[in-house]
Write a protein that binds this ligand. Structure first.
Ligand SMILES: [Zn+2]
Length: 456
């Protein structure tokens, strides 16, 4: 009853429940939202500390559904490459990841997410060089320090080049070791309790870097332990050719045969799907992490987001790794998603409000958290973004949601995660961004220098 209170008032409010307020309030008690409404704040909150939200728009905090934080240390390389060319150039560099580089890269990525309105993020970590410290534990600690709700995936690769896979043998692991480490990560870190700040998922990397037995056994382990499943799928035509040649089926059929479609699964990219496959996603409730900037950066194609949503599939947004999208700011991806959907399907392809839904409630569905995050409602967790929409970049756009999505990414005036302040006045409050940037610069130099690679 005595949880600390906070009121944001005088702001436009987009709850993402279908209800919007031109001038309203969001009230918070402890780590939960206690009231959202139109007009002035109710009498009972008159004594609570107040944030003046005038000139701003309050939305649910954004949810990032796909990332590789370690890639912050290898930005700007393989600039003209396709996915397979890019991977072949980068795998040997990633093989030299260590604890210090991981810590710096993860901190940089998480800070950039926070500054772009993201309150919950996943990470897909699949490179575990032999002899390195526990890199998953290091990124988990970085997320605790920056203050984001975190769903890290214990990723993996066990199909090296000598057995027909794409990655060099030096970066793949033994299947039994992967499964043992995955189970240990769940036992050690996964918190299934309500309001959890940390949940683990299992995420073998892709059809061309993982064996069929590992895919099957990872699914069995995830379901036995009650955690979610994630992987890359149908990102490029090269992957489709690989699956047809090696497995005799298209990527979606390969996954379905392995029991990998379902409402406890979300898949990154899903660019190359046919209509029947799109319908299977809807029927099974399989989620998609749409990563428009990364897909464009690698020339992979445009995912059919409107069709997937129309079929009933959850479609969240992801920045993807910072080596295939040198901007890891999630707010930008809402605009990219809208623009790409319109390139694919015409001007009615996706509305600004639908783009906001992808980044919030759809993302929450992908992570199985829609009862707790993804909209502004009494009882949900206090993950809130307050965006400035009266500055030069947005002034005169009377619809604040249009300002947020169609305009440039606004400055974040306030970001609350679990009721705690992470960003205030456009500044990160949990770490010094100058130090984070300096550490990242040193980490990138160390990693790229060590591998003997040069920027092309
Ligand atoms: Zn990825």
């Amino acid at each position: 009853m005595n949880a600390p209170r906070l009121v944001i008032d005088g702001c436009a409010v987009a709850t993402v429940t279908g209800e919007e307020h031109e001038s309203g309030y969001v009230a918070i008690e402890g780590r939960r939202i206690s009231a959202v409404g139109n007009g002035s704040v109710p009498e009972e909150y008159q004594d609570a500390p107040r944030v003046d939200g005038s000139g701003c728009l309050a939305t649910p905090g954004l949810v990032n559904c796909h990332h590789h934080l370690y890639q912050w240390a290898t930005r700007g390389l393989a600039q003209q490459a396709t996915l397979f060319e890019w991977l072949v150039e980068l795998y040997p560099i990633w093989a030299r990841l260590d604890a210090e580089i991981e810590r710096s890269a993860a901190s940089a990525g998480l800070a950039s997410l926070a500054l772009s309105g993201c309150t919950t993020t996943t990470d897909h970590h699949y490179v575990f060089p032999r002899g390195a410290e526990d890199l998953l534990a290091i990124e988990i600690e970085a997320a605790r320090v920056i203050g984001l709700r975190f769903h890290p995936c214990r990723g993996s690769m066990d199909l090296g080049r000598s057995h027909g896979g794409l990655p060099p043998d030096e970066v793949v692991e033994d299947r039994d070791e992967i499964l043992a480490s995955s189970e240990e990560a769940i036992d050690r870190f996964h918190d299934p309790s309500p309001g959890s700040m940390l949940r683990i998922a299992l995420a073998p990397c892709s059809p061309f870097s993982v064996t069929r037995p590992l895919m099957a056994e990872a699914a069995e382990l995830a379901r036995r332990k009650g955690v979610r499943l994630h992987t890359h799928l149908a990102e490029t035509e090269d992957e489709e050719v690989f699956c047809l040649e090696r497995y005799g089926v298209r990527p979606v059929e390969y996954l379905e045969d392995l029991g990998w479609l379902g409402d406890d699964v979300w898949l990154a990219h899903c660019v190359h799907l046919n209509q029947a496959e799109i319908e299977r996603f809807g029927e099974t409730g399989t989620g998609v992490a749409h990563c428009p900037s990364s897909n464009a950066r690698l020339g992979a194609g445009i995912a059919l987001v409107a069709s997937l949503v129309g079929a009933g599939a959850p479609v969240g947004l992801g920045v993807d790794g910072a080596a295939s999208n040198e901007a890891g700011e999630l707010a930008m991806e809402m605009r990219e998603a809208l623009l790409f959907a319109r390139l694919a399907g015409g001007a009615a392809g996706l509305t600004a409000r639908e783009a906001l839904e992808l980044a919030t409630i759809h993302g929450a569905r992908c992570l199985g958290r829609e009862a707790e995050i993804g909209s502004l409602e009494a009882g949900k967790l206090a993950d809130v973004a307050l965006w400035r929409t009266d500055d030069l970049a947005h002034a005169g756009i009377s619809d604040p949601v249009a300002a947020l999505i169609l305009g440039p990414a606004p400055r974040v005036e306030l970001l609350l995660v679990n009721g705690e302040t992470v960003v205030e006045g456009g500044e990160l409050r949990t770490a010094d961004v100058g130090t984070v940037a300096a550490d990242l610069r040193a980490a990138s130099k160390k990693l790229i220098g060590k591998a003997g690679q040069h920027v092309s």
